[in-house]
Design a binder for this molecule. Structure first.
Ligand code: 13P
Length: 289
């Protein structure tokens, strides 16, 4: 299966009231685990790559080539998109050139006029290449790759303006936060979510900060128009916990226990387990490939 744009999978999810997961990737172990998990559950998937992760993976082109080669090696049959996460204006252009099949332009920190102007240009560019594009209105709480936002709730009017430009899916802050949620978190703002969905004529919406949101809250957001949920931190936590356990249980001291193929396996298996659980129990995208 070739890499595909995310438009078709997201539109189908929006019509069918389920969501497609964007799992962020960091390296070969992440790509393998996520692809095998989604293949096992017959779920379409979006592989998210932040600009920092692209640099870590030796560039956009290498990220694309790694994903393509791993898909070929395992004979992956489910639809897979490779998507730039929180792209800058320049980064989005570079990712498109390198073969990404979907990009996000995050202009939420610009004044709305500038966000609209840059979004418009990138939407035209992406669509001229058959690539899907996500834009953002209003910040998302927490910190991601050094970008800190105060997590304001998006203005439904501004969302309507960006949606009207023809963006494929829209990220809008509704109280969601990247990283771990604080104990006193107030939860998602469903009233604003409904208003955004109404004002944007039912544009598929994206929920960032998918790690740690209670299952019922995610499901409710999906019924109100969220068709893409981004998960990053949760995969990092299960990988770190499983690796820690392997070491603490004396795994390294066993014969050849220091072999990276053994050392990294429990973490990779934990990511695959989480992916399978989420696509079945949170997002409803299993058997939708
Ligand atoms: P989490 O790291 O909180 O899961 O957020 C992921 C995300 O929204 C990527 O854009």
């Amino acid at each position: 299966m070739m890499l595909v744009s995310a438009t078709e999978m997201i539109n189908k999810a929006h019509e069918g009231h389920y969501a497609i997961a964007q799992f962020n990737i960091n390296n070969m172990e992440w790509i393998k685990a996520i692809l095998l998990g989604c293949e096992a559950k017959k779920s379409p998937v979006i592989l998210g790559v932040s600009e920092g992760a692209a640099k870590y993976m030796c560039g956009y082109k290498n990220a694309v080539d790694m994903v393509k080669n791993i898909m070929d090696f395992y004979g992956i049959t489910v639809p897979v998109a490779i998507h730039l996460d929180h792209g800058t204006y320049e980064g989005a252009k570079k990712a498109i050139e390198a073969g990404f099949t979907s990009v996000m332009f995050d202009g939420s920190h610009f004044p709305i006029e500038e966000n609209i102007e840059k979004s418009k240009e990138l939407i035209e560019l992406a669509h001229s290449k058959g690539i899907s594009i996500e834009c953002e209105v209003g910040g998302i709480g927490g910190e991601e790759d050094g970008v800190i936002s105060n997590g304001e709730v998006a203005s439904p009017e501004e969302c309507a303006e960006i949606a009207g430009l023809g963006v494929d899916f829209l990220a809008a802050g509704i109280g969601n936060i990247h990283g771990k949620y604080p104990a006193d978190w107030k939860g998602l703002n469903f009233e604003v979510l409904e208003e955004i969905q109404n004002k944007t004529d039912g544009k598929p919406l994206v929920l960032h900060g998918g790690s740690g949101i209670p299952q019922e809250m995610v499901k409710k957001a999906i019924t109100l128009g969220v068709s893409k949920v981004n998960v990053n931190t949760e995969c990092q936590i299960v990988f770190a916990d499983a690796t820690k356990k392997y070491i603490e249980d004396g795994g390294i001291d066993k014969p050849k226990g220091y072999d990276p193929r053994k050392l990294l396996k429990p973490g990779a298996d934990a990511i695959q387990g989480l992916v399978e659980d989420y696509v079945v129990n949170f997002f409803g995208s299993a058997d939708k490939a």
